[in-house]
Write a protein that binds this ligand. Structure first.
Ligand code: ADP
Length: 457
């Protein structure tokens, strides 16, 4: 028992006697009793403390003697008492040991839990920070550092120092002070443009402070924009021929049908526009099939000279109309692995563009070779060429360098996009090199067919 607690049982009787003395009035006998009790208590305390001290010292001696391997000497009674005391100490020791074990196990459990929690937080794709009630960040996970693109300290910072955004700062303040939750979305400008959807909540329970979870929705928002742009582009592309067809049909209906000069011209326009419409729908369907991987490619050995000459045959008439020479120089031994119809479509789209974007009297040449085990086919023209800033984008759906010129020439803006998808579906790729007014070179790379002899061996 601690010394201060020992005083209580000793002082209580003395104080009781003193209270009696006060209750009974100034009676000398009562005063005497209380003083005697107090003195008794003090004596007991002194004697008791000394006894306790002596007992503990003798116990310590006893333990030391036994620990050194010497048996206890003296009277059997005193040995018995020593044994009893040792048992008491041993059971006390046992209780302390078991308490210690329990605490160690609980500590290990808590450590394990904390490490698991940190691993889970760091494994999250979402960024997370926790603030104290003042709104200062006290903890965060790894993903948050990547999202905020910061190498500096995050712990100890205020939201505004980490993200220059008042709305986020206000949300943290509201969560800490009013317990209010807020959802917000913000865009981080800079080298790595990012859109983050953030949810700020109070920690809840009796924990002061707030937590904010950051979702990177950059890709999602980009895809949404691409989809919106695509729908807008499709509507626009469809509207143009539909408007022309409807307009001329209405003019014919309201009397122009009888006009022997104008009527055939209008019917001709309606015919051309309906063809354009059907081309557009065909290209859109093809592209959507390719993108959804619905198209089952039949991969076989395809002699590229045959595919090139079939494609050239389709554009020959158009090329002759513009006095453009189309030259083919693809070795007949050049055989690629791909889908026959798909490869013809790729070469047709490239040749059609080459003829389309080459002025009268120009030249278009198709060459082929085997390079590093891959079939390489170049479609070269002496046409208008493409400025470098457009090169990275011409394979996007509906991207055109010159919208007016492309439409006038009957382009849908989807040809190169289809080429790119087909080539990647066949395990190949397409690249372009071009200079304005110097012409363009579109190159396709395709896995080469294994020669029959090699396959047999
Ligand atoms: P389009 O139907 O408009 O030709 P494409 O997807 O086939 O659509 O081509 C996209 C754009 O790339 C074209 O609008 C054109 O501006 C440019 N382009 C494609 N091929 C050539 C080429 N051989 N020479 C110059 N520009 C080209």
């Amino acid at each position: 028992m601690p010394p201060r607690l020992i005083l209580i049982p000793l002082l209580v009787p003395a104080l009781g006697a003193l209270a009696l003395f006060l209750l009974l009035g100034w009676r000398w006998d009562a005063l005497f009793v209380s003083l005697a009790t107090l003195t008794g208590s003090a004596l007991t305390l002194v004697v008791g403390r000394d006894t306790l001290k002596r007992q503990l010292l003798s116990l310590a001696r006893e333990v030391r003697t036994r620990a050194e391997g010497n048996p206890t000497t003296g009277h059997p009674k005193s040995r018995e008492r020593a044994d009893e005391r040792l048992e008491e100490v041993a059971s006390l020791q046992g209780a302390i040991d078991s308490l210690h074990q329990q605490l160690t196990a609980r500590n290990a459990g808590l450590n394990q839990e904390a490490r698991t929690l940190i691993a889970v937080l760091d494994g999250m794709a979402e960024g997370l920070w926790v603030t104290d009630v003042q709104g200062t960040v006290v903890r965060h996970n790894d993903a948050l550092r990547d999202m905020l693109q910061t190498a500096g300290a995050i712990v100890g910072q205020r939201p505004l120092a980490l993200v220059r955004n008042e709305a986020l700062n206000d949300a943290v303040t509201r969560a800490c002070r009013e317990g209010a939750s807020t959802r917000l979305e913000l865009t981080l400008e800079g080298l790595f443009h990012r859109t983050l959807a953030i949810r700020v909540t109070p920690l809840g329970g009796d924990l002061p402070g707030s937590a904010a979870v950051f979702h990177d929705v950059t890709e999602l928002r980009h895809l949404e924009k691409v989809r919106k742009d695509f729908v807008a582009n499709v509507s626009h592309e469809l509207r143009t021929p539909i408007t022309a067809i409807r307009g001329y049909a209405e003019t014919l209906q309201s009397g122009a049908l009888g006009d022997a000069v104008m009527a055939p011209k209008m019917v001709d326009i309606i015919h051309r526009q309906s063809e354009r419409l059907s081309e557009l729908v065909e290209d859109l369907l093809e592209l959507s099939r390719l993108e959804s991987r619905e198209v089952k490619l039949n991969v076989v050995d395809v002699p590229l000279s045959v595919a090139a000459s079939r494609a050239a045959e389709v554009v020959r008439h158009k090329a002759q109309g513009k006095k453009i020479t189309v030259e083919l120089d693809v070795p007949s031994a050049l055989v690629g692995r791909g889908d026959e119809r798909g490869l013809e479509q790729v070469l047709l789209n490239l040749l059609d563009n080459a003829v389309k974007y080459t002025p009268e009297g120009g030249r278009v040449k198709v060459t082929g070779s085997l390079e590093d085990g891959r079939c390489v086919v170049h479609v070269r023209d002496t046409g208008v060429g493409i400025e470098p800033r457009h090169l990275a984008r011409i394979f996007e759906r509906f991207y055109r360098v010159d919208k007016g010129r492309s439409r006038d020439m009957g382009g849908t803006g989807l040809g190169l996009s289809i080429v790119k998808h087909l080539m990647s579906a066949m395990g190949g790729e397409v690249r372009v090199e071009s200079q304005p007014n110097e012409g363009s070179v579109f190159t396709i790379f395709l896995p080469a067919a294994v020669p029959t002899a090699a396959r047999a061996g």
